[in-house]
Design a protein around this ligand. Sequence first.
Ligand code: GRF
Length: 208
Amino acid sequence: MKRIAILISGGGSNMVALARDMVGDHPARPVLVISNTPDAGGLTKAQDLGIDTDVVNHREFADRTSFETALTERLEQAAPDIICHAGFMRILTPAYVDHWTGRLLNIHPSLLPKYPGLNTHARALDAGDTKAGCTVHEVTAELDAGPILGQASVPIHPDDTPKELAARVLKVEHKLYPAVLRRFALGDRSTLHLPVRDETIINARISD
Ligand code: GRF
């Protein structure tokens, strides 16, 4: 049974989707959720799911390296086989990536290599794109640029706002990340192109 640690910074909806999928014959189980912010809403969601949580507050460290040293020490206590970054909003140094290399996943709300970094949905809208989506990739030293393990796309509607598009993409994030983690936990590193046929997602117009 693979041991999964999940790093969050905010609401943790991807963490919830991953945790809820890791049941029954799933080859992995969540063992720890860590946030870099003490007020992350995802912490109580993880506790409600019975998952151990902790906070390694980046504001309590003088620099990135000391923060990551503390983060790695806390992670090592849980002996994770895989670490899922799920809405974790810290840029990581090559030292952290080297330490955990091959065991780090991240979900990014764009169809990489398009729109690495922030404000992905506003950028897709400004560019007049007709589709958007999300990518699960292995974390490497270069931001949002590691080997792609999975992608899912949704249509952009003509009058979409960034908020509406973000909500539509988030719904497929919650399907893509669990599907990719299942495969990755079994050693499958091939790229999954997840078809989205759910009309309620495709036609979603408001962020419910
Ligand atoms: C998601 O869009 C994710 O792709 C990005 O952070 C957003 C919030 O994720 N990295 P969550 O609700 O905290 O999982």
